[in-house]
Design a protein around this ligand. Structure first.
Ligand SMILES: [Zn+2]
Length: 97
């Protein structure tokens, strides 16, 4: 339903507060921000766990020469960044509302 002279007011999918211009089935800015915070926290925990595993793998499996250690450190850092980014994206998508 379109109100005359303005954007339609659509209820938020979670708190059902009506927000002008919100697409159907979407979250209002407050709920979206709350969800983002939860997703970020979850992604942080998951990426720390993955990084710890990667660090353990690098420490035990790679030879101890400086070049290998450098590559190992880069791999551990990349693991943290990539897992955090992916986990955050997935969490935003699949967290319960
Ligand atoms: Zn809401």
């Amino acid at each position: 339903m379109r109100l005359p002279g303005g954007l339609p007011e659509v209820p938020c999918a979670k708190c059902e507060r009506r927000v002008a211009g919100l697409p159907w089935g979407e979250l209002c800015p407050e709920c979206r921000a709350e969800r983002q915070r939860r997703a970020t926290r979850l992604a942080h925990r998951i990426s720390l766990a993955a990084t710890a595993l990667m660090a353990a793998y690098v420490a035990f499996r790679l030879p101890g020469d400086p070049t290998s250690r450098l590559y190992g450190a880069v791999a551990v850092l990349a693991t943290y960044i990539i897992v955090r980014r992916v986990a955050s994206r997935v969490a935003m998508e699949f967290l319960p509302r």
